[in-house]
Design a protein around this ligand. Structure first.
Ligand code: PEP
Length: 248
């Protein structure tokens, strides 16, 4: 069993002052709780990776990006490369978040190319997958996860360079979550599907994401094969995000 990772996705929120204050507060709590039994990561918007990473230098709280380009540099206006994130102090990057897949029509192949770009520059790729509500209703959840895993994980994945985040699209930002039994079924399936795709499936962290909050974190984090959480809304307040970590 891996050490749990509690990751916060701030999405398109926070000014510089707010982000630095939140990250500093979390780092202080992490230090006071040391040795904590979990790892913690915050993923601010690209504009805040530098000030947040600077504020967290020397602390145990890790910083990640929310997306990166599949390209290393060049004529890609508006994009941010993995090398740039690394240069600012990031250690992780989310790739294939459902909001990227929906808003920017990202395909599994593009997500895989982004994960490879992340690895080229020493970042851990947090590869996000998950079914829509229509796919769940049609009984296709496991098949959708299999397809996304097969298409989004490039050759060369290891338990050190890759984290998987299972996020049912219908649970993101809605306050709705699958039952613990449903999460257990999907995570067991993902673990099985990682065979042949990562070097060490048992040691690869598989996070659950989708409306995790302090009140449901203990139940969700206790599910077999759940190695942590990817948290959106509840990662924007120190008490809520810390409450989730504390439930671990
Ligand atoms: C997310 O954006 O990855 C997420 C899980 O959001 P929320 O926790 O708000 O559902």
């Amino acid at each position: 069993m891996s050490r749990k990772l509690i990751a916060g996705n701030w999405k398109m929120n926070m000014t510089r002052a707010e982000g630095v204050a939140l990250a500093s507060e979390l780092a202080a709590r992490l230090k006071a709780a040391s040795p904590a039994g979990f790892d913690m990561l915050v993923c601010p918007p690209a504009t805040l990776v530098a000030p947040v990473a600077d504020a967290l230098a020397g602390t145990a709280l890790a910083v990640g990006g929310q997306d990166c380009s599949a390209h290393d540099k060049g004529a890609h206006t508006g994009d941010t490369s993995a090398a740039m994130l690394k240069d600012l102090g990031a250690g992780f990057v989310l790739v294939g978040h459902s909001e990227r897949r929906t808003d920017h029509k990202e395909t599994d192949a593009e997500v895989a190319a982004k994960a490879e770009a992340a690895w080229r520059h020493g970042l851990v790729a947090v590869i996000c997958i998950g079914e829509t509500e229509a796919e769940r209703d049609a009984g296709k959840t496991l098949a959708v996860c299999s397809t996304q895993l097969a298409g989004s994980i490039p050759a060369g994945a290891t338990s050190a360079n890759t984290v998987i985040a299972y996020e049912p699209v219908w649970a993101i930002g809605t306050g709705r979550t699958p039952t613990a039994a449903d999460v257990a079924e999907v995570h067991a399936h993902i673990r099985k599907e990682l065979a042949g795709k990562v070097d060490n499936p048992a040691a690869t962290r598989v996070l659950y994401g989708g409306s995790v909050k302090p009140s449901n974190a203990a139940e969700l984090m206790a599910v077999a094969n759940v190695d942590g959480a990817l948290v959106g809304g509840a990662s924007l307040k120190a008490d809520d995000f810390w409450g989730i970590a504390a439930a671990v």
